[in-house]
Structures are given as structure tokens and as C-alpha cells.
Design a protein around this ligand. Sequence first.
Ligand code: HEC
Length: 98
Amino acid sequence: MKKIALALIVAGSTLMAADGAALYKKCVACHGANGEKKALNKSEVITGWDSAKTVEALNGYKAGTRNIKGMGGLMKGQVASYSDADIKAVSDYIAGLK
Ligand code: HEC
């Protein structure tokens, strides 16, 4: 909970319906608990990425228009079921990672 509160403050948001920390749980295996890993040795380190930048990237994967290292299809599967609110929440959470 402490981390969530911190992420909220960092993102300057008030209250969110979606739980960014919970949504990020399935990302940990590839991106690391703090976003510090290059997922499958392909992605950038996403620790502390600006929320808007992450939202743009995730929306691109969801729409199937983003594919930087040929693994866009894999990322599409990760966020396909995420709503706009979910994408915003997980992005705000990532922005608070150190
Ligand atoms: C199975 C491993 C895996 C999982 C799980 C995964 N990712 Fe990724 N992610 C990748 C790979 C590989 C890429 C590079 C995709 C490409 O070619 O554009 C990537 C790219 C990204 C990028 C863009 C980074 C860049 O280099 O431009 C973001 C942001 C991201 N992932 C966030 C997430 C989030 C948030 C989740 C959880 C909802 C998640 N990922 C789950 C493997 C994973």
C-alpha cells in the first residue's frame, strides 16, 4: 500500500479505480519488480518512465501499431484486456518505480 500511495503522489493523481500495483504484477516476470529488466533482453528499462510515455506505448501495443523489437504481438497479449483506466493506472505505477 505504501508504494501505491507513493505512486499516486508522484503521479499527482487523487484516487483511481484501477490498482496499478496489482495490474503490474503480471509484468514483473519480464520487466522486473521495479521495471529494471530489459524484458526478454529486448525492451528498454521502463523504471520511472513518464506516465504519458508508457500510456502511449501500451495503447500502441493494444492497437497493434507498436512493434519496436519484433515483440509487439507479445506485448499486445499483455495489455489486450486492459481498459483505458487500467493502462493509466499501471503507467502511473511504473512512473513511481525507482
Ligand atoms: C513475456 C514477457 C513480457 C511481459 C509479461 C510484459 N512485457 Fe512489456 N515488453 C516485453 C517485450 C519483449 C517488449 C519489447 C516489445 C517490442 O518489440 O516493441 C516489451 C515492451 C514494453 C514497453 C515498451 C518498452 C520499449 O522498449 O519501448 C512497455 C512500456 C512495457 N513493455 C510494459 C509492460 C507492462 C505494463 C506489462 C504488464 C501489463 C508488460 N510490459 C508485460 C515483454 C513483456
